[in-house]
Design a protein around this ligand. Structure first.
Ligand code: 13P
Ligand code: SF4
Length: 302
């Protein structure tokens, strides 16, 4: 922590000077998540919190689609992302033309788009979802068939929890697609009694081999409420660090994969963003209205 103190002090001073708040995703490293973030959470919580920010600047310690979502939901604020290279393999996997083609192939099926997408893709969609509300969003549509993009694994995992036929797209999270059922078997063999929680971006066979599945916020709630003796969070590496900080009696088994995009939000990068006002995220005016509508429809359901 000693090496972090100067940057932490500078960031907290800059936040006050710049009237800025830091919204941080659960995958931030602990020094960001616990020492400089004002609000932390999963994608759904960050979208909701962005709507309520009064301060003039929102610094999004996360990835590009999260900053765009904050800008869409609170357009009068300046939204900063420390590093423009903070992308997402899911957001990269799909374009509006892919959605148009799926609509042509499946006329009448509504398009449910994961928030891990660009504003242009959201604008081409009917409604958004996150991993924390996907089941409720799909059920709310009251139709037998939906197009759910771009995460093929999330789509299959959610389809397994509903009676709705789900058409999807071959996108995947580069962090979660690497977990295998063998990983889970090895964790159980070497750590008897472990509770395994898998993110729904993992392949369905991994989710099937786990005890529960849920968004990062749902994993956190599970640990806080159930206090399992030992737990393995099958997700990005910082998640266990951040949840462990408030759950000292739980043993965390830590198989994990790093998200290189999330990890670009170092203290130095955050400090630099507040010092220079870079990088400000804006959304093309023509895309903003339909993209916002798709997110707001989601927030009305859950
Ligand atoms: P949630 O925090 O919404 O579960 O999403 C995980 C993720 O991979 C975000 O990029
Ligand atoms: Fe995208 Fe996966 Fe990284 Fe989340 S963890 S930002 S879904 S690549």
């Amino acid at each position: 922590w000693a090496t972090f103190v100067e940057d932490i002090d500078a960031i907290n001073r800059l936040k006050a000077e710049q009237d800025a708040v830091i919204l941080a995703h659960n995958y931030m490293t602990p020094e960001v998540f616990h020492a400089v973030a004002d609000i932390g959470g999963d994608s759904l919580a960050l979208a909701r919190e962005a709507q309520n920010v009064d301060a003039g600047t929102i610094l999004l310690a996360g990835v590009h689609f999260m900053a765009e979502t904050a800008k869409l939901l609170n357009p009068s604020k300046r939204v900063l992302l420390p590093d423009l290279r903070s992308g997402c393999s899911l957001a990269e996997s799909i374009t509006p033309a892919d959605i148009a083609e799926l609509r042509r192939q499946h006329p009448g099926a509504p398009v449910v788009t994961y928030v891990n997408t660009s504003a242009a893709v959201k604008a081409a969609s009917d409604i958004c979802c996150t991993s924390g509300n996907a089941v409720e969003i799909i059920k709310s549509l009251g139709v037998p068939e939906v197009i759910m993009v771009p995460d093929q694994y999330l789509a299959r995992n959610i389809a397994a929890q509903t009676d709705v036929r789900v058409i999807t797209h071959p996108g995947a999270c580069e962090v979660h697609e690497r977990f295998t059922p063998t990983d889970i078997t090895q964790i159980r063999d070497s750590h008897p009694g472990v509770t395994v929680l898998a993110h729904p971006e993992c392949p369905p066979e991994v989710v099937a081999a786990s005890d529960h599945s849920g968004s990062t916020a749902q994993m956190q709630s599970y640990v806080e409420e159930q206090q399992p003796r030992r737990v393995a969070l099958i997700t990005e590496c910082s998640m266990s660090d951040n949840v462990a900080a408030n759950n000292p009696d739980v043993e965390f088994i830590r198989p994990c994969n790093l998200c290189p995009h999330m990890k670009r939000n170092s203290l130095k990068a955050i400090r630099h963003a507040l010092e220079t006002g870079r990088h400000e995220i804006t959304v093309d005016a023509e895309l903003a209205a339909p993209a916002r509508r798709a997110i707001e429809r989601m927030l009305e359901v859950k």
